[in-house]
Design a protein. Structure first.
Length: 267
């Protein structure tokens, strides 16, 4: 995978407007994402995220008759871009306000084949083996490890045999052992310090959140290389990008095929 420089309509179902207690969310309860719509929308228009969007969709190899699922759809970065190239997109988002913004943008663009659902990534209100392609962009680092694994189980359940998964996310471990992890940590620190006092305060706040176990939960490249085959996926490839991100691709094996890969290629 090449490096990235620098990441039929229906109303929102009321029965999924609140996450189930005990169900894993693709974003944590401690952060009210309804308050961050403008910030997420601004990020979606940055060159880095537009480049990442384009790479995810390129790797998804979308076909005209594909049924696509976008997990952690936000305000529609992937879903709205994929829609002209496929039969239908289901956009799953945990924040009602994010979903409302996505729906507004869908209407403004005259797009009719995107359906937005406010729901949890670990309890997808979607039938088994009904999806051809699952995509996700910078969503999974908001889940703890158990939540990630439950979401992967749900993705495998809804994918058709030979269905494809393309997932971009923060991919590093918070630590100093691995050289890439050290480099990513220093990159993130420098980004904040370049913002002066506000950045330093944000850095201190993030440190306190990390100590309290309330910071984000990125998983390393190696974690994804192990977790995807163990979840039942085949053809796993995970590649590091030239920042804190990475992209994983995999497919759901056909029942008549051999067992899922035990390993994954290096990036």
């Amino acid at each position: 995978m090449k490096p990235i420089a620098g990441a039929p309509h229906a109303p929102l179902p009321a029965e999924h407007s609140s996450p189930r207690r005990g169900g894993a969310l693709h974003r944590p309860r401690s952060k009210n994402w309804d308050r961050h719509v403008e910030h997420v929308e601004a990020l979606a228009h940055t060159p880095a995220f537009c480049a990442l969007r384009d790479e995810v969709l390129r790797l998804a190899a979308l076909q005209r008759d594909d049924q696509v699922l976008d997990i952690g759809a936000g305000t529609g970065l992937l879903a709205l871009a994929a829609a002209p190239h496929v039969a239908h997109v289901t956009a799953v988002e945990i924040s009602p306000r994010m979903g409302e913004r996505l729906e507004s943008q869908r209407r403004n663009a005259g797009i009719e084949n995107v359906h937005t659902i406010v729901a949890s990534a670990s309890a997808l209100p979607i039938g088994a083996e009904t999806i051809d392609v699952v995509v996700s962009n910078y969503c999974f680092h908001h889940m703890g490890e158990a939540e990630k694994l439950r979401a992967l189980d749900e993705i495998l359940r809804v994918l058709r045999p030979n269905g494809r998964l393309v997932l971009a996310d923060m991919m590093f471990a918070v630590g100093v052992v691995d050289p890439r992890d050290r480099a990513v940590a220093w990159l993130l620190v420098r980004r904040l310090l370049r913002k002066g006092l506000p950045g330093a305060l944000r850095l201190a706040k993030n440190g306190l959140r990390m100590l309290a176990g309330r910071w984000e939960h990125p998983a390393s490249i190696d974690w994804w290389r192990r977790a995807l085959p163990r979840a039942g996926f085949a053809g796993v490839e995970v590649s590091a990008l030239d920042h804190e991100g990475g992209i994983a691709t995999a497919r759901k094996p056909h029942p008549e095929s051999t067992a899922p890969d035990e390993g994954a290629s290096a990036g």
